[in-house]
Design a protein around this ligand. Structure first.
Ligand SMILES: N[C@@H](CCC(=O)N[C@@H](CS)C(=O)NCC(=O)O)C(=O)O
Length: 202
């Protein structure tokens, strides 16, 4: 498999999942700034949406959208327990989290990276994010991960987007449960390996 990624972008989530699962893959840099691969290939010819992540399977099929990719990957190695079985309530809880992170967090961060967004607009999204993190902080009370004691795919996504907070002025340093979650995640060998590959850690 190939994972098209850009350093520190939301593609870090499936990157972490691939490493947690120990699946063989090639990480292919597709810069979100240039939309070009290192060999000059126009990334739009690979993914017409132009964004990462994109997973290319060994048979050439391509799968986009982070929440779909992480579920696909985790379903390849069900014994690892990174996603619950299809049809169970636990699976719907994981989808519920993935959708929350995608629509309520990820896409509220996106305008904060957009130089065309005026400061007043950014303030609205910072405030919205703060509200969502207050909720998350309550949800993480007494839990190590979103689903309880064990790491599952939404945790990789939550870690990935929350890592952006200090870069874009979202102050959540006082939210103890969120901070403990981030520290716990950052200590995982798979997270460190993914971050090293992306040049985010030495
Ligand atoms: N709906 C997509 C959104 C992916 C997305 O926003 N990717 C960003 C990086 S975090 C990107 O590649 N932006 C560059 C672009 O849109 O051209 C998903 O959930 O996978």
């Amino acid at each position: 498999m190939k994972l098209y990624y850009s350093p520190g972008a939301c593609s870090l989530s499936p990157h972490i999942v691939l490493r947690e699962l120990g699946l063989p893959f090639e990480a292919v840099l597709a810069s979100t700034k240039t939309h070009k691969l290192l060999d000059g290939t126009d990334y739009y010819t690979i993914n017409p949406k132009g964004y990462v992540p994109l997973l290319e399977l060994d048979d050439g099929q391509r799968l986009s959208e982070g929440p779909a990719i992480v579920q696909y990957l985790a379903d390849q190695s069900p014994a690892k327990g990174l996603v619950a079985a299809a049809g169970t309530m636990a699976r719907y809880r994981q989808i519920e989290w993935l959708n929350f992170i995608s629509s309520e967090l990820h896409k509220s961060y996106s305008p904060l990276f957009n130089p065309a967004m005026p400061e007043e607009g950014k303030a609205v999204f910072r405030q919205r994010l703060r509200g969502r993190y207050n909720y998350l902080n309550e949800q993480l009370e007494g839990k190590s991960f979103l689903m309880g004691d064990t790491f599952t795919v939404p945790d990789a996504y939550l870690f990935t987007v929350t890592n952006w907070a200090p870069r874009v002025g979202v102050d959540i340093t006082d939210l103890a449960n969120v901070q403990a979650f981030m520290t716990r995640m950052a200590a995982r060998p798979a997270v460190q390996a993914a971050m090293k590959t992306e040049g985010l850690l030495k």
